[in-house]
Design a protein around this ligand. Sequence first.
Ligand code: AHR
Length: 502
Amino acid sequence: MSSHHRIVPEFAVGPLNRRIFGTFVEHMGRCVYTGIHEPDHPTADEYGFRGDVEALVRELGATLVRYPGGNFVSAYQWEDGVGPVEDRPRRLDFAWRSIETNQVGTNEFLAWCSRVGMEPLLAVNLGTRGLTEAMDYLQYVNSPAGTTLADKRVEHGVEQPWGVRLWCLGNEMDGPWQIGHKTPQEYGRLAQEVGNAFKRYDESLELVACGSSSHAMPTFGEWERVVLEACFDHVDHISAHAYYEPIDGDRVSFLACSEDMSRHIDDVVATADAVAAARGSSKRLTVSFDEWNVWFQERWQGENSVEITEKPPLIEDVYSAMDAVVVGSLLITLMRHTDRVGIACQAQLVNIIAPILTEAGGRAWKQAIFEPFALTSRHARGIVLRLAGTSPLIDTPRFGQVEQVWATATHDPQTGDVAVFCCNRSVDRSIEWTLDLSSFAGTALVDHVTVEAADDPDRYNTADDPDRVVPVPGTSSLADGVLTTQLAPMSWHCLRLTSNPS
Ligand code: AHR
């Protein structure tokens, strides 16, 4: 079996949007406390943030981070998390049935982001709160000294406004579980009001309206249409969320779930563009895919299964080699849609369905899904190219027939670097893949690494054995401008080439 594709520099999807390498930190379980923040940890910095985790976050290469939720934000009072730490209230977090100590809040988090080099995407509470509190929060965070709320920030030790540009208008407001859940009419109206106020203050803000909490929601599509009809003129992005797992053990569909993400993006874009067309607007929203990952929801007993405590160990899923291949395929999908995906955040960063796990007071290590993200963020540069060609099809119970080879490529015209990312989405069939690069002058193969899962799909990394799932050298050759690569079943690949810059 073989598959053949071709790339040429002129076939561009668009410039690679590096905001798609985002992540997500929620006040949930051990993501913040004993995840990124642990003042008593031996590696903690002067601000109480873990140095070992920070080093891994840098290596991961995340460019942007969404905060503070998630479901958490829908009952969050931002005022609880600012001012002297010793005066901050302990609150019951109804979303995750936890005790929130507020030892980390907006200023500590934004300072951490700027030290680590990630752009923040702040969410406002539109569940239990509304327009006034959102406007207050924006003033506290972004306005220069001279008015009461900005002066409060200065009093709290932050002289200069943070200048946060990206804001989520609530979280998953379509979900009946969401605190302050709303109809699309109610939410659309509120998003319109907040969007209007925010943009009156600062037109350069970029606002994300809540789309559906999943492609499978019964209201999917209709929710986006009604919400956008209300707030279209005041927002820039519409959110999408997706979590994948092998439902009832169906690994064939799980390996192909990038197909669902692809259709999901297309569906949201089509709906946003239909709203634009109906109002005669040439404005194009982009999708903020601000929660995506593998999450074994079938295995999870729910937040009611744990005692109400501080930092309960919630959804600390352990990822396998097969999950790493799926995460790689989802990143390929986001890149293939770089023209219409403005933001994406893998959910979450540490401990909660995350690429990094930690022990309280102890070690931090990389999960199997870490490297596909890190390698993609590190090597994808420049322009995303459209692949021309064909792939054999595979049958899947959930998505019908899908292409076996799922791939994308980037080309950096400045350096001449070409990066190719591909997956064999079959659980049991290997394939030889050829990629014609003859339009790139002087191409040479630099490196090829792969994560292969078929021999032992369930193997995973542990603190004692953190290198069970790591990329290994792949098998490929380049002759007469044609790259030939052997793709084992259930495998993800990153290939780097150079060419003479045009
Ligand atoms: O990421 C975990 C949770 O999943 C988020 O809090 C919520 O937005 C989503 O349902």
